[in-house]
Design a protein around this ligand. Structure first.
Ligand code: SF4
Length: 247
């Protein structure tokens, strides 16, 4: 493959989110994003990156995965490590599609983290798509591409990142209106406050009228409302300093 992708980083770590949390995972972080969510903790991927041949990216993944070659699959029959394309926004680069296809052909369980602002229908159906629905406090709620919901399968996951009471009420409403729990697992994350180093001037401001919510308040509301979601604590931010890269 002579095609290229602009890559921010490739590393082996622990999957900190999704229903696959806790498993070893190779992350391929692609450069660029066309959103500027108020809470974004990977703003360094907006511009930093190097153009790499797909063959070289594939070889790097194979090298990082090699020590696992004799390990047994986990319960969902997933060969380890998992591979996740993330960003930035991986779907801004068309060559992410052939890379994901090749990794699926290799037998890997492939995940993609996408903002939900772009068409997900062209992604290889074997890929597990973890799609955000951007809540109001992100400043990017207008970018949700609701047509994507019709393309979601039971192997995909929908994520809400919640930083305010208004976000929580919005997420609850979307779940009810679109009957999202009948489609796939639903994930709820709490907006982790950014460190001064993570704060990027380009990020959107939290819109006026948002009432901050604590992690405890969020979890207690989920339980009180019997919301059919999985709360996720972002394991990597518990294990390593929240601003640490490459984990
Ligand atoms: S979609 Fe939002 S959170 Fe994700 S990389 Fe882009 S700006 Fe950051």
């Amino acid at each position: 493959m002579s095609e290229t992708l602009v890559v921010n980083e490739i590393y082996l770590s622990l999957q900190g989110e999704s229903t696959f949390a806790g498993l070893p995972c190779i992350f391929v972080r692609l450069t660029a994003c066309d959103l500027r969510c108020s809470y974004c903790d990977t703003a360094y991927a907006f511009t930093e990156g190097k153009k790499k041949l797909l063959d070289d990216i594939h070889a790097e993944i194979q090298r990082l995965a090699a020590p696992f070659s004799n390990s047994k699959p986990e319960t969902r029959n997933s060969k380890l490590p998992l591979i996740e394309l993330t960003g930035g926004e991986p779907l801004l680069q068309n060559n992410s599609l052939p890379l994901m296809k090749q990794l699926c052909d290799d037998g890997f369980t492939v995940l993609i983290e996408t903002s939900g602002a772009h068409d997900i229908s062209q992604i290889d159906p074997r890929v597990r798509r973890i799609m955000d629905l951007k809540c109001p406090s992100s400043g990017e709620v207008a970018r949700n591409r609701f047509e994507n919901i019709a393309h979601l399968k039971s192997t995909d996951e929908i994520k809400f990142v919640i930083g305010s009471v208004e976000d929580y009420e919005w997420a609850k409403q979307q779940i009810a209106v679109h009957q999202l729990d009948a489609i796939c697992p639903l994930l709820i994350s709490w907006v982790h406050p950014l460190t001064p180093e993570q704060r990027n001037k380009a990020l959107k401001l939290v819109p006026l009228g948002q009432t901050p919510i604590t992690r405890k308040d969020l979890v207690e509301r989920i339980i009180a409302d019997a919301l059919p979601v999985r709360f996720q604590a972002q394991l990597h931010k518990i294990i390593w300093p929240p601003e640490q890269r490459g984990v």
